[in-house]
Design a protein around this ligand. Structure first.
Ligand SMILES: Cc1cc2nc3c(=O)[nH]c(=O)nc-3n(C[C@H](O)[C@H](O)[C@H](O)COP(=O)(O)OP(=O)(O)OC[C@H]3O[C@@H](n4cnc5c(N)ncnc54)[C@H](O)[C@@H]3O)c2cc1C
Length: 449
């Protein structure tokens, strides 16, 4: 779809105009892919570099990881085509305001790529991981049909710049010259953050959240919410819970996956974290959700913390949750509340092993105490909540650091470099990350129209 078609269909009324400028985008997650799609339609020469594998190979290799516990650095829940959101519940909700045009562009592209049309009008739309695998491939094919280029298993390791102008990026085997660079590498790519910092891109720390994941049999949640274990014609019941107690950290549930599974979502061989995903039907036996406390790292540690130190501290925590075969420490919620001496585990959707462990000893005390009080409140709000399990580390609700932006959203001190999406620290989730990418694109297009 080029030229007049684009003018007719896009909410921004930007006509197609063939342009000579080359844009390189690092990452094919929601921020990278929607930026790429938009820029290519506006006539730029766009190349996407993706460190992970294309989606079909990625899916097969993740399945192998879950059978064998042997980690694949190019194909996991963080890295690969479609980014972190490919294997997810695909919730398309966002609390961002004033994004109706960006949202319309994203929803239309998703629908062209095979998403159900209901995502345009439902209050809580979601795609499901089974649909996402197809949608991600169709988005890529649309981008390729429009003339774009995407290279997989192609990690950007370095860049060159002069007088605030990025000139090229380098992968192991190749150098790509460019006029604009959009870094949409997500918040798991620690080497990329460090590479940017080495070149003078400035970051500061920001508040984020840490905790674990809770899991229940879905009937418990259905009964608590509906009074019955199933309802004809309705998928699975959801919940969203918060607690705010004086003297403790605010606690909330996040990224709840009804009828979903808990997955080993690490991006690196020697670390482990958990996350959740569901298929479109949300018909699995379990419901899971992040259960996290809002954290300011400087308050938590009682000292000044630089962006580099925030990354290192988070990475070390993720490493402390690793054990052989990506087994995950876990106990029942009742044991977490009672601080029992003999933790235990029961049925779960987590595909690898669960290790019975005193989970409350694995996070800083102020987080554990806040989570414990939160669990008590949630158990009063939702009958049966304390009949669940709690497991692993949730450290990826949003980035621990934020890039410092100058005029027009550019990285401070650079005239053609944007850090977009979740890795920028200004977005979290599929829609807000994609929107953040589109905002950078609009800044680029504005320079030429
Ligand atoms: C299991 C799971 C479930 C989730 N569920 C939901 C949900 O239901 N709803 C929701 O809104 N959000 C969900 N999220 C969060 C959501 O996926 C992210 O907020 C979103 O994907 C961020 O988009 P992004 O494009 O900024 O970054 P990412 O999606 O992280 O994409 C970054 C991409 O950059 C690539 N990359 C990184 N470094 C380099 C490099 N140096 N060179 C080349 N490529 C590089 C990575 O491989 C990756 O593909 C979930 C996340 C996970 C892990």
């Amino acid at each position: 779809m080029k030229g007049d078609d684009f003018l007719l269909q896009n909410e921004f009324s930007i006509p197609y105009k063939k342009r000579k400028e080359r844009v390189v985008i690092i990452g094919s997650g929601p921020a990278g892919m929607f930026s790429a799609l938009f820029l290519q339609k506006a006539g730029f020469n766009v190349t996407v570099l993706e460190r992970g594998a294309e989606v079909d190979s990625r899916g097969e290799r993740i399945a192998k990881f879950e059978q064998t516990g042997i980690f694949d650095k190019n194909a996991n829940y963080a890295f690969g085509e479609g980014g972190a959101g490919t294997f997810s519940d695909g919730k398309l909700t966002s609390r961002s305001k004033h994004i109706s045009k960006e949202r319309a562009f994203i929803m239309d592209a998703y629908i062209r790529a095979g998403a159900p049309k209901e995502i345009k009008y439902l209050a809580h739309p979601h795609l499901g991981s089974d649909n996402l695998k197809i949608i991600v491939k169709n988005l890529r094919n649309e981008f390729l049909r429009d003339g774009g280029r995407i290279d997989f298993e192609c990690m950007v390791e370095d860049l060159t710049h002069k007088n605030g102008l990025v000139q090229s990026v380098k992968t192991e085997n190749q150098q790509y010259e460019l006029d604009y660079l959009i870094v949409a590498s997500g918040h798991s790519s620690y080497e990329t953050y460090r590479m940017l910092m080495r070149h003078g891109v400035e970051f500061r720390i920001k508040n984020y959240a840490l905790g674990s994941r809770v899991e229940h049999r879905q009937e418990i949640i259905n009964e608590a919410q509906w009074g019955v274990s199933s309802l004809a014609g309705v998928k699975a019941a959801e919940y969203r819970l918060t607690s705010n107690i004086d003297g403790l950290l605010p606690v909330y549930t996040f990224c709840m996956c009804p009828g979903g599974v808990i997955v080993p979502a690490t991006a690196y061989r020697d670390t482990n974290i958990v996350n959740g995903m569901s298929n479109y039907a949300r018909n699995g036996d379990f419901a899971n959700s992040a259960m996290v406390a809002a954290v300011n790292l400087e308050k938590l540690l009682g000292r000044d913390v630089s962006a580099e130190q925030a990354l290192k501290w988070t990475e070390d925590l993720e490493r402390s949750f690793y054990s052989d075969g990506y087994s995950v420490p876990a106990c029942t919620i009742k044991e977490y509340l009672e601080i029992t001496s003999s933790p235990s585990v029961s049925g779960t959707s987590y595909p690898l092993k669960l290790n019975p462990a005193p989970l409350w000893e694995m996070l800083p005390v102020s987080i554990t105490e806040s989570l414990r009080e939160g669990l008590k409140i949630f158990s009063r709000k939702l009958r049966g909540f304390d009949d669940g399990m709690i497991m692993g580390l949730e450290s990826k609700t949003s980035a621990p650091i934020q890039v410092i932006r100058g005029p027009g959203g550019l990285c401070e001190g650079f005239s053609n470099l944007y850090v977009s999406g979740e890795g920028s620290g200004y977005a979290g989730g599929i829609i807000s990350s994609a929107t953040d990418g589109i905002k950078a694109v609009l800044e680029i297009i504005e320079k030429f129209d």
